[in-house]
Write a protein that binds this ligand. Structure first.
Ligand SMILES: Nc1nc2c(ncn2[C@@H]2O[C@H](COP(=O)(O)OP(=O)(O)OP(=O)(O)O)[C@@H](O)[C@H]2O)c(=O)[nH]1
Ligand SMILES: [Mg+2]
Length: 294
């Protein structure tokens, strides 16, 4: 048996969580076309013939603007320790974005094997891809460079084969069939946050947090009550929408996906509450699941 840990890191919005889901073959992490979607370390477990790989999806690395940002940066950078391999996900040439340079410096300081994974190649011309590919080879920082589209799945199977080569002997850490160590309650709150991110414009998302107030499982029905926290009073009307339409849309989309996850009917009630500056309050962060060690 072989087993190991692989960290997925990079700037926000480059497709780390999409890649995690593609590698596992199921949705473990939420994704959105907005930076800083992932806020915690999310472990996704790949079990194959004689091999188990635990992938750790991390928040996009960027300059922290508040305590939530500090927690996210620690969740990401701290995940480099004790892994067998780091996948650095990118969509551009090295150093094209300041944030990349910061991460590359950190990567240069570790001896852990690394693969530079160029994602979103479905949006690049062959020439563009070759330029980016060669630029990463030239850094001399990476054991290999790969090109994939996490969205279409192009190149992901081959990447998995390449990853396996870095995994040594070890026991299975999780039972077969388990795809994440996060509990259903956490997954449900993330699904609600994903729907909120997708339904809301750019002004609100960063200040959104979800708290599951109750989660009652009965054989045929699960009752979930959750609060969508926002930072500003003025955002409340935006989240609720005209005649409550936006909130209803978020609730319906979330409920359907949670029903798929749990395999039973779900009754979901959503409330919108204002909690000013929660992203800078240790107490609020801890109660919303962004405190302590991951
Ligand atoms: N065209 C294209 N879009 C992609 C690809 N992979 C991811 N995306 C899109 O890029 C956006 C960001 O994807 P995520 O997986 O949430 O990115 P992330 O790196 O996890 O982002 P953070 O959690 O915010 O750091 C989403 O809209 C994805 O659908 C890809 O291969 N091609
Ligand atoms: Mg993510």
């Amino acid at each position: 048996m072989r087993s190991g840990f692989v960290c997925i890191a990079g700037r926000p919005n480059v497709g780390k969580s999409t890649l995690l889901n593609s590698l596992i073959g199921e949705k473990v992490a939420i994704t959105a076309d907005k930076p800083q979607t992932t806020r915690n370390r999310i472990r996704g477990i790949y079990s194959g013939e004689g091999i188990q790989v635990v992938f750790i999806d991390t928040p996009g690395i960027t300059r922290a603007k508040n305590k939530l940002g500090e927690y996210m940066a620690e969740a990401a950078l701290g995940a480099f320790a004790d892994v067998d391999l780091i996948l650095f996900i990118t969509c551009e040439k090295p150093g094209e974005k300041g944030g990349d340079r910061f991460i590359l410096d950190r990567l240069a300081g570790t001896k852990i094997p690394k693969i530079a994974v160029i994602n979103k190649i479905d949006t690049m011309s062959p020439d563009e891809f070759r330029d980016v590919y060669e630029a990463y080879e030239e850094t001399g920082l990476f054991n290999e460079v790969a090109g994939i589209s996490a969205l279409t799945g192009h190149g992901v199977e081959r990447l998995m084969e390449n990853i396996s080569a870095y995994i040594g002997e070890g026991p299975a850490f999780f039972p077969e069939g388990m795809i994440t160590d996060r509990p259903e309650r956490f997954l449900a709150s993330e699904i609600i946050r994903e729907k909120a991110l997708r339904y809301l414009g750019d002004e609100v998302p960063h200040g959104v947090a979800i708290e599951i107030e109750s989660f009652e499982e009965k054989p045929s029905l699960t009752r979930i009550s959750a609060v969508i926290y926002i930072e500003k009073k003025s955002h409340k009307a935006i989240v609720i929408g005209k005649g409550g339409r936006k909130l209803k849309g978020i609730g319906k989309a979330a409920r359907e996906e949670i029903e798929d996850l749990l395999g039973c009917k779900v009754y979901l009630s959503l409330w919108v509450k204002v909690r000013e500056k929660w992203r800078d309050s240790d107490l609020a962060l801890a109660s919303l699941g962004y405190g302590g060690r991951d």
